[in-house]
Design a protein around this ligand. Structure first.
Ligand SMILES: [Ca+2]
Ligand SMILES: [Ca+2]
Length: 492
């Protein structure tokens, strides 16, 4: 097992900032001097630049740029683009008009520091608003707050040093958050609460005191291609900061909790968090956790608990402190209902050899109520290089599949107990037993792996998988380097 893989893991999975483009045909502010009350045409561009050389004015008369984003916004009609030059802008901008684009093509910082710490950097309530290219820092509640707005786009953004969340979305639908760095915020880096059909993708979240990404309530949301790591609460010994969290949402004090439904968490990398790599809680329903790489987390790799339902399929879970994939009941004793398949889970649930925080053991654990609820495990590879527990079923722990099958012959029928021989990138190495062994018919199975590669047939390995095709590999990553087929007609 390599640990030096971190460097290229980070580079391999990190998103790349795409360049923003200033709208062509942009009209500078000076050409937009209008008589009072005259409406601007939608689609016009306003320029903000508070640098000394720009000679800005918030009441421009001779073509100079605005000094503040707020002044430009107030002048703009719905549908306008506000282009912001490099600099630091110490203001809160409330964006209620529809279709506004706030663009900082060369980067700009919105700083909430002041005599009173500002609640928000941008506070968005209008629909179809785009935020591109900004850094937000030192806000009290959120760098970007989106409340009840549909089709918001937030991209190429850094949020850091918020006293609460980096990005906070409450309600609304079709919100797209991508190419975002959310770091060192006092609560979740990115929070979506009650949002529907929304996506967090190609983001990096780290150093937050709570979740890297938190999906609370809502439905149809997707978290994909996020690298989340080293989130940790530094003020208590509790595990409070998972990499990715899916749970319920309480819209207001005293209201009933709304469970998250139909959520997809796929192709993410989560490591080094003080809590679990990925957590599904709060009675979440129909959550699919697939093709994720989770390792070295302070609790589970994947914690699928609290009466939630769905699939945990084709993940790679390595060296997590407690049980690698954990299926657990809620406080009332209601089990979780999960199908667990095609995962590679090795050397999980061993703690640090002494800590009382090691409460669960094994690569896969299903507690008794979750067994009773009908959870199933099959086609998983489990292994412990020191011969310790690999499975916990109900209340019994097992150090091997042979021992497990003596008690439970009808689960993990196609499972493997073997070293997956992963390479430094956690891809199955040559002769890995994970090659061509997955069930492509498993609930929640998705063909493309963490890196976007589809299944590849290794002609030297007999296909032991099921479904179509029969040669997908176990775990988050497919081995794409395979020998040439030497069984063809030209073979000697
Ligand atoms: Ca394969
Ligand atoms: Ca094969």
């Amino acid at each position: 097992m390599s640990t030096q893989g971190d460097t290229h893991r980070r580079s391999r999975h990190r998103w790349r900032r795409t360049s923003s483009t200033v709208a062509t045909g942009a009209v500078v502010a000076g050409l937009l001097v209008l008589s009072p009350g005259q409406a601007d045409a939608a689609g016009t561009t306003y320029t903000v630049d508070n640098s000394t050389a720009a000679g800005c004015s918030d009441t421009p008369t001779t073509g100079q740029p605005y000094c503040s984003i707020t002044a430009a916004y107030k002048a703009a009609a719905a549908g306008a683009t506000i282009t912001v030059g490099p600099g630091t802008y110490n203001e809160r901008v409330d964006v209620a008009k529809a279709g506004i684009t706030l663009d900082a093509p060369a980067g700009a910082t919105v700083d909430g520091t002041g005599t009173t710490q500002l609640l928000y950097g941008f506070n968005i309530t209008g629909g179809n608003v785009t935020v591109d290219g900004f850094t937000f820092t030192n806000q009290a509640t959120a760098g970007v707050n989106v409340s009840g707005a549909d089709s918001t786009v937030i991209r190429n953004v850094t949020v850091t040093g918020s006293a609460t969340n980096g990005i906070r979305v409450v309600s609304g639908s079709n919100v797209k958050i991508s190419q975002v760095t959310a770091k060192n915020n006092a609560r979740a880096g990115i929070l979506l609460a009650g949002a529907t059909n929304s996506t967090v993708s190609s983001a990096e979240t780290f150093g937050n005191q709570r979740e890297g990404v938190s999906i609370q309530g809502g439905s149809g949301d997707v978290v994909e291609h996020v690298t989340t790591h080293d989130n940790a609460n530094t003020t208590t010994a509790d595990r409070l900061a998972p990499g990715i969290n899916v749970t319920n949402w309480v819209p207001s004090a005293g209201a009933a909790a709304v469970p998250a439904t139909d959520i997809t968490v796929q192709r993410n990398v989560s490591y080094g968090n003080d809590d679990s790599g990925i957590q599904v809680y709060g009675g979440s329903q129909n959550v699919t956790v697939s093709r994720n790489l989770v390792y070295d987390n302070g609790d589970h790799g994947i914690d699928f608990s609290m009466a939630s339902s769905g699939a945990v399929v084709s993940n790679t879970a390595l060296r997590n402190f407690t049980a690698g994939i954990n299926i657990e009941s809620n406080a009332a004793g209601a089990g979780a209902l999960a199908t667990v398949a095609d995962n590679v889970a090795m050397n999980n649930g061993n703690g640090d050899g002494s800590s009382t925080l090691l409460r669960t053991r094994g690569d896969i654990r299903v507690d008794a109520p979750s067994v009773a609820a009908g959870s199933q495990i099959d086609h998983d590879l489990v292994f412990d290089s020191a011969g310790q527990t690999v499975l916990t079923w109900g209340t019994t722990t097992y150090p091997s599949l042979d021992a497990f099958h003596k008690d439970v012959p009808d689960q993990e029928v196609h499972g493997l107990y073997a070293d997956a021989k992963l390479d430094a990138n956690d891809v199955p190495g040559a002769a890995s037993p994970a090659i061509d062994a997955a069930d492509a018919g498993a609930a929640g199975f998705t063909a493309n792996d963490l890196n976007g590669n589809g299944p590849v047939d290794d002609p030297t390995v007999r296909d032991t998988g099921a479904g179509t095709p029969t040669f997908a590999d176990l775990g988050a990553l497919e081995r794409t380097t395979v020998p040439a087929n030497d069984r063809g007609p030209s073979a000697s």
